[in-house]
Structure formats: structure tokens, C-alpha cells
Design a protein around this ligand. Structure first.
Ligand code: CUA
Length: 196
């Protein structure tokens, strides 16, 4: 019976007035609940971000959008898939109204792939569904994303930033081929998906 009397929740109160000490205790309890929910949600974001390698998609690297075609890294002859000395590959593309140049790239499976993309006109998007590749392509900046393809096949890449009237038709394609097959592809085959 003693705890029946001591429990402030059960103590009869005059006219529904809750004692201040009980209000404070209830608020403390809610604060604890809310703070632990916040902690759990932050932990989920941080852990899943780390496990799935989610990160701000681009590096801050600027480029003169008005002279892309005149030379340098994004001159026409440098576009497409290039093999690096360390065995990885780099894919350079230009996203422009309303196409990717080149609009297709072949890349080797199970190999680190770095995409470097820039735009000469407006903001475009670069998205590889089913992968963690998703970035905006902003004029004046080089968007860079890295990934590795473990499933062979064709990956369709829609432009995912509205870039005016032809946006819906702006698609590119990445074809992942077995890594032993890749070195035998000619430079043209690496940057074209046309059937040979
Ligand atoms: Cu380019 Cu939408």
C-alpha cells in the first residue's frame, strides 16, 4: 500500500492540477526519448553513409566552360574511356543540350572507374541507376564520381536535371564488358555501343 500512496500519479490532485515536480519529471522523460530517437537516426545516417560509400558526389574543380572544345582534357580526342597506368579507367564525357558526348562508353568489369564530366551550357545530371553514381554536372565545374561495376550489361543513364525542352531525350549508356575483353577493344569500340 505504501507505493500506492507515494506514487504521485495516483495521488488525488485538487482540480486536476499536476504538481510541478511531476511536470518536470515527465518533461525529462520526453526529452530523453526525443534525444535518443535523434541519436538513433543520426547513427543510422552515419553508419549507412559509411557502409554504402555515400558522399557528396563531386570534387570542387573548376574549368572554363567556354573553351572546352578548344583543347585540354575535354577536347574531342580525349573523350570516352581511357585506360590508366594503374589498371583503372577514366571516362570523360561532356553533357550538353541534349546529349552526352560520347553517348556510350564501354568499361571493364570489376575495375575502378572514374567518370569525369562537365557541361558547356546548363546544369545536367548524371545518374547510373542501381549504383551510387549520381551527380549534377554544372557548367564551369568538373563532376567526378568513382565506382566499380560488378554486373555485366548495359546501364542506361538518364540526364536527371531538367535542362530544357530536350531533357527527356537526353540519355547515355554504359556497357560493362568482361575485363579480359576490354583491352582488345579498339578506341572506337570503347566509346561507341554500335554493334561491330
Ligand atoms: Cu540534360 Cu536534362
Amino acid at each position: 500500500m505504501a507505493d500506492h500512496v507515494d506514487n504521485p500519479l495516483r495521488r488525488p490532485l485538487p482540480d486536476g492540477i499536476v504538481p510541478e515536480v511531476e511536470v518536470a519529471r515527465t518533461e525529462d522523460r520526453w526529452l530523453t526519448v526525443v534525444l535518443s530517437m535523434l541519436g538513433v537516426m543520426m547513427a543510422i545516417i552515419v553508419v549507412s553513409g559509411a557502409l554504402h560509400a555515400l558522399h557528396p558526389p563531386s570534387n570542387v574543380e573548376t574549368i572554363d566552360a567556354t573553351t572546352l572544345h578548344l583543347g585540354g582534357e575535354f577536347a574531342e580526342s580525349n573523350l570516352g574511356t581511357a585506360a590508366e597506368p594503374d589498371g583503372s579507367v577514366t571516362v570523360r564525357m561532356i553533357a550538353q543540350q541534349y546529349s552526352f558526348v560520347p553517348d556510350c562508353a564501354r568499361i571493364p568489369l570489376d575495375t575502378p572507374v572514374k567518370f569525369r564530366i562537365t557541361s558547356p551550357d546548363v546544369i545536367h545530371g548524371f545518374l547510373l541507376p542501381g549504383t551510387n553514381v549520381n551527380t549534377m554536372v554544372v557548367p564551369g565545374y568538373v563532376a567526378e564520381v568513382r565506382t566499380t561495376f560488378s554486373r555485366p550489361g548495359v546501364y542506361d543513364m538518364p540526364c536527371n536535371e531538367f535542362c530544357s525542352s530536350g531533357h527527356h531525350g537526353m540519355w547515355a549508356r554504359v556497357t560493362a564488358v568482361p575485363s579480359e575483353q576490354f583491352p582488345h577493344l579498339s578506341p572506337v569500340e570503347r566509346t561507341s555501343c554500335a554493334k561491330q
